[in-house]
Design a protein around this ligand. Structure first.
Ligand SMILES: [Zn+2]
Ligand SMILES: [Zn+2]
Length: 119
């Protein structure tokens, strides 16, 4: 006759499971709270975007403003000064120059002007 049935779970295991569950809940609450304040959408709309136009004007705008201009101009971003078409650039945090993105809108690993490394 096989000896089967409920194996008593030691109390220590139960406590460990409870602690893990609580830690999970705590993490979840912390994540929820960390989202209070400016909504993610707000930080996106106010995010600075950098452009250089066909007449070599560098200008900075926000995602919200960019979306407004692009939507009003058939998907083309226009210079705030001369209304020439503009292309998006990245701004080097070290030398503040505007450089071209590489690949699919990615900041190059090194600034082409001052050689600062971006990580
Ligand atoms: Zn311009
Ligand atoms: Zn630089």
């Amino acid at each position: 006759m096989k000896k089967q049935g409920t194996i008593p779970i030691p109390n220590g295991v139960k406590i460990a499971v409870a602690v893990v569950a609580l830690a999970g809940a705590g993490f979840f609450v912390w994540r929820s709270f960390s989202h209070i304040g400016p909504a993610e959408d707000d930080s996106f709309t106010t995010m600075p975007r950098y452009f250089t136009c066909a007449a070599s004007h560098d200008f900075t705008t926000t995602s919200e403003e960019m979306r407004r201009v692009v939507t009003a101009n058939d998907g083309i971003m226009l210079c705030t000064q001369c209304k020439s078409p503009a292309v998006e650039k990245f701004k080097c945090p070290k030398c503040s120059k505007f450089g071209d993105f590489v690949g699919f809108g990615q900041t190059p690993p090194v600034c082409p002007f001052c050689n600062a490394k971006f990580e």
